[in-house]
Design a protein. Structure first.
Length: 269
């Protein structure tokens, strides 16, 4: 639970900051910070991957959607499922957090899974005529180039600069230092399942099922079959972003105080 709350609050705060960072357009290339995924990636590698993945996805919904006065209903399920799946698989791929090759490959793989599956969902909406596409009039095949270019752009810019490189820096430095603060043992190959044991037929079928759920819910949102879809008049206003940042900082300070209290109790015993 502590890992879940820590991932939710830290990544939620990060998503609020990304709302304040403007994008830069260089011709057809748009440079924008989509997310600071190094936060859940680091926590997924050092701690329980499932708790870190679900916590980060929940934090994005709560802090960057609901707290800013908007909620997309079932349309949020696609982002929640695909992002959680990418972070979880990345966390399970690392047996040795001190192995930078493993950390780099896992970080990039996690972001690639999220971006690639998200691109497939967008392409599916056009192929099945759920969403109109007007990039090149009369040329439906252009959706593949457009979505493919967007995936590559996000992977090379946000994926490497704000996901892989920070994760490579943080994981070796936090390993065996942050775990005692939460009262946990460092993850080693001996106390965690191997990736081969996780990557089985059951896991693959579950991943396929989750992807189908993401596709169906996104189709429902695009066709107007949406539940609890609302947007406040003050949505995404600077005041809402500032209030969200303050509330999130208060939550993080509370978590830090709890961690310090647990550490003090552990030392006393």
């Amino acid at each position: 639970m502590m890992v879940f709350v820590l991932s939710m609050s830290l990544y939620g705060l990060a998503t609020l900051f990304t709302e304040l960072i403007p994008s830069v357009q260089l011709g057809i290339v748009e440079l924008s910070v989509e997310y600071f995924a190094f936060i859940p990636l680091t926590l997924a590698i050092l701690f329980d991957p499932l708790s870190a993945a679900l916590g980060a996805a929940t934090g994005e919904v709560i802090f960057s959607e609901i707290m800013l006065g908007q909620f997309g209903g079932v349309g949020e399920v696609e982002k929640f499922v695909l992002f959680s799946l990418g972070i979880y698989i990345a966390g399970m791929m690392v047996n040795d957090p001190l192995n930078k090759v493993q950390v780099a490959i896992a970080s990039f793989t996690g972001i690639f899974i999220h971006q690639f599956l998200g691109g497939l969902v967008d392409i599916s909406k056009v192929v099945f005529a759920v969403e109109d596409f007007e990039a090149v009039q009369g040329l439906p095949e252009s959706v593949f180039f457009t979505e493919g270019f967007a995936i590559v752009n996000d992977l090379l810019f946000s994926g490497i600069l704000f996901c892989v490189l920070p994760t490579l820096f943080l994981v070796p430095r936090l390993y065996k230092k942050i775990e005692p603060l939460l009262g946990m043992r460092p993850r080693t190959p001996k106390n965690r399942p191997s990736f081969g044991a996780v990557l089985n037929v059951k896991a693959i079928l579950m991943a396929v099922g989750l992807f189908l759920i993401a596709v169906i819910t996104e189709f429902m949102a695009e066709t107007g079959i949406n539940f609890i879809d609302w947007e406040a008049s003050w949505a995404e206003s600077p005041e809402a972003v500032f209030a969200g940042i303050v509330l999130t900082l208060v939550l993080i300070v509370g978590i830090i105080l709890v961690i310090r209290k647990n550490k003090t109790i552990g030392v006393g015993e």
